[in-house]
Write a protein that binds this ligand. Structure first.
Ligand code: FE2
Length: 306
């Protein structure tokens, strides 16, 4: 097959469109036949196999790329590293509602970007977690009725976290709870914090027991990366050494929360969002109170392949 024919075929198998809720994000639509073809090709691979054998996760990515014409992987990888965007949504479009299929689809998308990080909370490369009416955990992750403030992931682990993927598995009796996202180039007051001496100072991060990470990691709030100016911050785990530092962190978090650059994105069941964790911050709007609230998400985090 010659190159122009391949390109034309790929064009028909997926399309990259503007995202209706955020100018910087893209909404990728896939051919439903291609999604079907992918699921058929990987039906012999079970989720336990993916948990135990890291190379199988890449095989899954290759099958998705193949089903979508061979340049889907390079397209999403470019998009996730492109400073002007760095994020997209994509989903199974109702072709399946099976949660194992969701794990496979999310794994394939993630591994077209690169290897996933170990998720110490779940003990494998992804974590599925529930948000419901009551919660007795030790962080905001599963607390439904609180604003989950803007943050980056991977602040308290040694390894790098280039990308973050969140996929919605199930949602019942849920009003609110939208993903909140901010690209740091849209945050007007950013440089008041990024250029302050404290912006480059290493801060200690410690996580609570549920995260199963005992190490203490030091990271600056702002740093230069191959993706340009990057941020590392989460209010719950950063350890200020004095009142001046605490005030700086407090004011910076408040500035991000109040910024008009922080936008809410709704994610249908079966869809996932990928964001570059170096220049996007994410959080969650509070849900409306409902005793029957039930929402399940999967997260994966990783680095870009060399
Ligand atoms: Fe997070």
């Amino acid at each position: 097959m010659n190159a122009p024919t391949e390109a034309k075929l790929a064009h028909q198998l997926f399309s990259v469109n503007p995202h209706p809720q955020h100018d910087r994000l893209r909404k990728i639509e896939l051919s439903e036949d291609a999604i079907d073809g992918f699921l058929e090709a990987v039906k012999h691979i079970d989720v336990q196999n993916l948990q135990y054998v890291p190379f199988m996760r890449f095989i899954l990515g290759q099958e998705l790329d193949r089903a979508l014409g061979g340049n889907f992987g390079s397209t999403i990888s470019q998009l996730a590293q492109d400073r002007s965007s760095g994020g997209f949504t994509v989903g199974v479009q109702g072709v399946t509602t099976n949660s194992d299929d969701y794990v496979k689809f999310g794994t394939a998308v993630g591994h077209l970007l690169g290897p996933s990080n170990h998720d110490a909370m779940s003990g494998t490369y992804y974590a599925r977690f529930l948000v419901k009416d009551t919660d007795s955990s030790d962080s905001y992750l599963r607390q439904a009725y609180r604003l989950f403030t803007l943050h980056t992931d991977g602040t308290y682990v040694e390894e790098e976290t280039h990308w973050l993927l969140m996929m919605k598995f199930e949602e019942k009796n849920a009003v609110g709870g939208e993903s909140r996202l901010m690209h740091i180039d849209d945050w007007k007051e950013r440089d008041e914090f990024a250029l302050a001496p404290m912006g480059a100072l290493p801060f200690q991060y410690k996580s609570p027991g549920s995260k199963n990470v005992s190490a203490t990691v030091e990271r600056p709030l702002f740093f230069h990366s191959k993706f340009g100016l990057a941020m590392s911050f989460i209010d719950q785990f950063v350890q200020p050494r004095n009142t001046t530092e605490a005030r700086f962190l407090h004011d910076m978090s408040a500035s991000m929360e109040q910024s008009p650059a922080t936008k809410e994105i709704s994610l249908p069941v079966g869809d996932l969002v990928v964001a570059n964790n170096y220049f996007w911050l994410h959080g969650r709007a509070p849900f409306e109170k409902n005793p029957e609230l039930h929402r399940e998400l999967m997260r994966q985090r990783g680095t870009f392949a060399e």
